[in-house]
Design a protein around this ligand. Structure first.
Ligand code: DON
Length: 558
């Protein structure tokens, strides 16, 4: 089987020991996101009397301005919500394959995957869902007029955003890749340094047109015509009809219990909720708090559950509108306990005996997650993405934004790894109008029937295991929410058969002992695993924000 080159780019500092280990605490409401500017705009909407859904619209669009690395209007995402009255639901605004897409569109005549075709440039772009997503949220749940919500975002795009050290690194790391696809004249291809201000006048104009004409501006109006023309001129296949046909889907989230917690997470076409449910159900019988945080025994139990869950993920999961998913079996306690029967603490279970296939991992890419709780107790968890860093690297100077490369989340060929080393099966093969399988895991946790945690993260295939570890850090290991998001993480995904560890964060004797038991320890490939933004409701009902120290992330509340 073909091996994929390992390309890891260290874009985030690891957390220094001086990093705050105490959460930001707010009386009423809180937004935690990847950029302070976006959290502040979301929090301002809440302060003005908007609800969590208004703040979702504002934060999502503000991230498209302040965090073009992953924030977007050229991509898509998922929202899980829990209203103050306990009503829950989920919105799928994932991208869709264009109507001209075919199962073999990324293969050459001999049936081999053509490198780069599903990851760079116009052919990698799925029909974007973000604008439809925010309008659907606003229409169903919004309180404030769209004008009030979008005005500060448009003002931010005009005034500009100051480049952080992290953003300087992102832009310089991907400058060549952006130039290769979008040309050196493109705005974001310039050299920027920390402290510079980047203004986004073209994006401000696009947003202004969307505000004036509504959702259809992006899908049927002048903007739609510009998108279709631009994509086709660059060799892509998205048509005006594809845009016109795009629709979001309201979905029933995945629900499951872990001890005294009830967890509400994203359903297919994300694998997040089901895979998280499988892992947590498999590990529930083991006394993790007695084993200890990141102890060898804990690492083994989590790794073995992850191995079994990801094997199922890759085989069974895909767009539920196209694929029959055996939900009941995949989530059944009996089935999951049986899956763990082959686990022995003495020895790693080789992934080849859990299923078949040989692959390697994984490019470092980006997505972004934000968590919001408002003054009434409404909560939203949203993960949104362009897939790769700056998506397909295709940037429209006229419209002012990057397009996604989400098509790479499909299985271009059954058994071949995508850029996260994830291999897929028929369930996730490409078909016109189909949604590609995701790992995004926006999650809400209830305790004793009340809102307890809101969380999620970027990180491709490591999203699910990062969300898992943060919940366990709070529930099993007694951490506050800031400690829980900062704590070192590890990851396993069945294939490749290796366990990734954040480097230098785990005692060597544990890693050596794991190696002795047959685990393939890898401290090289993942300098950072996930970038979790979370809120916890404490016993006094206050909102505690945990913004991951691995990025520029920030909690803003009042
Ligand atoms: O939907 C997915 O699972 C991926 N497109 C997410 C990409 C991602 O998290 C990149 N971030 N590191």
């Amino acid at each position: 089987m073909k091996r994929v080159a390992v390309l890891m780019v260290w874009l985030w500092p690891t957390c220094s020991i001086t990093w705050a280990q105490q959460p930001v605490v707010a009386e009423h409401a809180m937004v935690v996101s990847a950029r302070e500017e976006a959290s502040a705009i979301g929090a301002e909407i809440l302060r003005k009397g908007g609800n969590a859904f208004d703040a979702m619209v504002a934060t999502e669009l503000a991230l498209a301005v302040a965090y073009p690395y992953a924030g977007n209007i050229g991509g898509g995402g998922f929202m899980v919500y829990r209203k103050a009255d306990g009503e829950t639901g989920a919105l799928d605004y994932r991208e869709k394959a264009p109507m001209g897409a075919t199962k073999d569109m990324y293969l050459d005549d001999s049936g081999h995957v053509i490198p780069g075709l599903s990851t760079e440039g116009a052919l990698a772009v799925g029909v974007p869902g973000t604008v439809a997503g925010v309008f659907a949220v606003h229409e169903r749940f919004g309180k404030l007029p769209m004008q009030d919500i979008m005005a500060p975002v448009i003002a931010l795009a005009e005034k500009g955003v100051v480049v952080t050290a992290g953003q300087e690194k992102q832009l310089s790391t991907y400058r060549e890749a952006i130039i290769k696809i979008s040309g050196s004249a493109t705005g974001l291809a310039k050299v920027y340094h920390q402290g510079d201000t980047i203004r986004y006048p073209a994006l401000a104009n696009t947003l202004r047109r969307i505000l004036r004409n509504g959702r259809d501006e992006f899908y049927k109006g002048e903007t739609a015509r510009s998108i279709a023309g631009f994509i086709q001129k660059n060799g892509g296949i998205i048509t005006l009809e594809d845009l016109g046909r795009y629709e979001v889907r309201w979905r029933r989230p995945v629900f499951f219990d872990y001890k005294d917690l009830r967890i509400i997470s994203m359903s297919p076409p994300s694998s997040g909720g089901i895979t998280l449910a499988q892992i947590m159900t498999m590990i529930a019988p083991y006394p993790l708090s007695r084993y200890g945080h990141n102890s060898q025994a804990t690492i083994q139990v989590l790794t073995e559950a992850e191995r079994r869950a990801y094997a199922d993920r890759n085989y069974f999961l895909g767009d539920p509108d196209f694929t029959v998913i055996p939900y009941a079996t995949l989530l059944s306690k009996n089935y999951l306990r049986r899956r763990m029967k082959s686990f022995s603490p003495d020895k790693a279970t080789p992934s080849s005996t859990v299923s078949h296939g040989q692959v390697t991992i994984s490019e470092s890419n980006e997505t972004t997650h934000y968590s919001i709780v408002d003054q009434d107790g409404n909560a939203v968890a949203v993960t949104t993405t362009l897939n790769g860093a700056f998506g397909s690297k295709l940037y429209s100077d006229e419209l002012g934004f990057f397009f996604n490369n989400e098509m790479d989340d499909f299985s271009a060929k059954p058994g071949e790894p995508n850029s996260y080393g994830l291999i897929g099966a028929e369930a996730n093969s490409i078909a016109p109008q189909k949604r590609m399988l995701s790992s995004m895991t926006p999650t809400i946790v209830e305790k004793q029937g009340r809102l307890f945690m809101v969380l999620g993260t970027p990180g491709g295939s490591t999203i699910i295991t990062s969300v898992l570890q943060v919940i366990l850090n709070v529930r099993e290991f007694g951490m506050n929410i800031q400690e829980a998001v900062n704590a070192p993480r590890f990851h396993h995904q069945w294939l490749p058969d290796e366990v990734l560890f954040e480097p230098g964060k785990f005692p060597q004797h544990i890693l050596q002992s794991l190696t002795g038991k047959g685990y393939h320890v890898n401290e090289q490939s993942a300098p950072v695993i996930g970038k979790v933004d979370a809120i916890l409701i404490n016993s006094q009902g206050k909102r505690e924000g945990g913004a991951d120290c691995r990025g520029d992330d920030k909690a803003v509340g009042y």
